[in-house]
Write a protein that binds this ligand. Structure first.
Ligand code: EPZ
Length: 422
C-alpha cells in the first residue's frame, strides 16, 4: 500500500487544474444504460472509482472505452447481457447502486447487491427503493440482493423524500425518464451533480424540470437517444485545493473553479479571513498575513456547507486563532480524521456529531492513517502546514477521489512525494 510523505514547506503559489466531478461522473456513467445509443462523457476525472464503475457497466454488457488517457469515456449499451450487479463490486463502491434505476427503466428487471455500510456510516439505501416503488417497481430483498421488477414498465408517480438523499434522487430521476406518465419528486437533493445529471439526460431526450430546486418533475418518454456531455468541475476537489493556500499561506489559482459550486464553503473561508477572487480562468485563493480566524461550521445538503469538505475544513481550523465548532449533520461517523489530527498536535474534542477545535500555532508532522477518502486529504492538508514530516498511510483511499494529488500540490511548491508500498 502506497504512502505519501508531506513536509511543511511554507507558502504555496501557482495554479492547480480542477478535474471533472467524481460524484457527477459516477451517476452520469450508469445513464448510458438508459439508451441503446452511445453516450460520451468528456472532462472525466481519472480515478479508481471511475474505473470501478466502468468495470461494473462492462459486467452488465455495456461497452466502455476510456479515451485520451481516461479524460473521455465513450460508452454504449446496445443490449445488456447481464442484469446482476455483484456484491464484490458493489461493496467496493456504493455508487454501484445507481445502475438499479436505469436497468429497471430500460429492461424492467434488475438484481443489485445491497452496498452495505462504509467507514463513515451505515448508509442505507431504503430511500432509493421506496422512490422506485412509488413508480411501480416490485422489490424483493433476499440474500443481500435487491430483486427488482417492473413487468409493464415503470409508471409515473409522486414521491416525497423524508430526508434529502443525493443518490436516491439520482436513481429516481434516471428511472423516471422512461416511466409512463409524469413523476414528481419532492424534497430532492439540489447538488450541482443533480443538475449535471439532469442536463445530460435532457441532452439524451429526457423531459425534466426543476433540477436544482426542491422539486423535480419528469415527463416519461419511450426512449432516450445518445449524447455527448462534459462532466461538471469537481466542487469537492475545488474546495480541497482552495484550502491549501488557506492553511499554508500564499496564492493559488484553481483553474476551472466556479464560485456557484462552492458558495457556502467560500463564505466560511472569507469569514475566516481568506480572500477568494473570481478570475477569467477560475478562482484565486490567497491568505493575507497571520493566522486564519476560527469559524463554526454545520454540514447540510446543498446549498449548505458540504459534508465532503468537513474534514478538510477541520484541518484548517486546527491552526486557526480561537475555537471552532464543527457539526456533522449528514453522516453518523465522519470524524475519523480527528484522532489522526490530534496525533499531529491538534486540540479536538469530539462529542457525538460535534467536534470542538481549539487552534494551535502549528501542527507537528507525524505518521498518520488514512481512513476514508476525505479524511485522507485532510491529513495531507494538515501535513502541508505542519512542522516536519507527515507520512500518510493507506493512500488508496485518496486515489478514489483525487487525481495525482502529489503532482498538483507539488506544482505549487508543496514538498510531497509518494512512496510505493509492497
Ligand atoms: C453522495 O453519497 C456522495 N457520493 C457522498 O460523497 C456525499 O457525502 C453524499 O452524497 C452527501 O452529499 C456520491 O455521490 C457517489 P446521501 P450518497 O444519500 O448519495 C442517508 C465522497 O466523499 N440515507 O445524500 O450515498 C445517509 O445515510 C462521498 O465523495 C438514507 O437514510 O449520500 C446519509 O445520512 C462520501 N437512506 C444521508 O441520507 C437512503 O436510502 C445523505 O446520504 C439514502 C441515504
Amino acid at each position: 500500500m502506497d504512502s505519501i510523505i508531506v513536509t511543511g514547506n511554507g507558502h504555496l503559489n501557482g495554479q492547480i487544474p480542477i478535474a471533472g466531478a467524481k460524484n457527477a461522473c459516477l451517476t452520469l456513467m450508469p445513464a448510458t444504460l438508459l439508451s441503446e445509443e452511445p453516450l460520451t462523457l468528456t472532462n472525466a476525472p481519472r480515478l479508481s472509482d471511475i474505473r470501478t464503475m466502468a468495470a461494473l457497466l462492462q459486467s452488465l454488457g455495456a461497452e466502455v472505452s476510456q479515451l485520451q488517457s481516461g479524460r473521455v469515456l465513450a460508452m454504449s449499451s446496445a443490449a445488456l447481457s447481464n442484469h446482476v450487479a455483484d456484491y464484490d463490486i458493489v461493496r467496493k463502491m456504493r455508487a454501484s447502486i445507481l445502475v438499479l434505476g436505469p436497468m429497471l427503466a430500460r429492461d424492467g428487471h434488475a438484481i443489485v447487491s445491497l452496498p452495505g455500510g462504509c467507514a463513515i456510516g451505515a448508509r442505507p439505501v431504503d430511500l432509493h427503493l421506496r422512490a422506485l416503488e412509488a413508480m411501480g417497481a416490485e422489490l424483493d430483498l433476499r440474500e443481500g440482493y435487491v430483486h427488482a421488477k417492473a413487468p409493464g414498465g415503470l409508471r409515473g408517480g409522486v414521491f416525497e423524500f423524508p430526508i434529502v438523499s443525493v443518490g436516491a434522487t439520482e436513481n429516481a430521476l434516471m428511472a423516471a425518464t422512461m416511466a409512463k406518465g409524469t413523476t414528481v419528486l419532492k424534497n430532492v437533493a439540489r447538488e450541482p451533480e443533480i443538475v449535471d445529471l439532469a442536463t445530460c439526460l435532457r441532452r439524451m431526450g429526457a423531459q425534466i424540470e426543476g433540477d436544482g430546486t426542491g422539486t423535480i418533475t419528469v415527463q416519461g418518454v419511450d426512449r432516450l437517444h445518445g449524447a455527448t456531455h462534459p462532466v461538471v468541475p469537481d466542487r469537492i476537489e475545488l474546495g480541497t485545493y482552495m484550502l491549501a493556500p488557506a492553511i499554508c499561506g500564499g496564492e493559488v489559482e484553481c483553474l476551472g473553479g466556479r464560485i456557484d459550486l462552492v458558495g457556502a464553503f467560500c463564505e466560511k473561508l472569507q469569514e475566516a479571513g481568506i480572500d477568494v477572487t473570481e478570475t477569467g480562468n477560475g478562482l484565486t485563493v490567497s491568505r493575507r498575513n497571520g493566522r486564519v480566524s476560527a469559524v463554526d461550521v454545520a454540514t447540510r445538503p446543498f446549498p449548505g456547507f458540504p459534508t465532503d469538505l468537513q474534514a478538510q475544513m477541520m484541518a484548517l481550523m486546527c491552526t486557526a486563532e480561537g475555537t471552532s465548532v464543527l457539526e456533522e449533520r449528514i453522516f453518523e461517523n465522519r470524524f475519523m480524521h480527528a484522532p489522526e489530527l490530534v496525533r499531529m498536535g491538534a486540540r479536538i474534542d469530539v462529542q457525538g456529531g460535534t467536534a470542538t477545535v481549539t487552534g494551535v500555532d502549528r501542527l507537528k508532522g507525524a505518521p498518520v492513517m488514512a481512513t476514508d477518502l476525505r479524511a485522507s486529504v485532510s491529513l495531507i492538508l494538515a501535513g502541508l502546514a505542519a512542522e516536519g514530516e507527515t507520512i500518510v498511510n493507506r493512500v488508496y483511499h485518496l486515489d478514489r477521489g483525487y487525481e495525482s494529488v502529489e503532482e498538483k500540490l507539488g506544482n505549487v511548491g508543496a514538498k510531497i512525494e509518494r512512496i510505493s508500498g509492497q
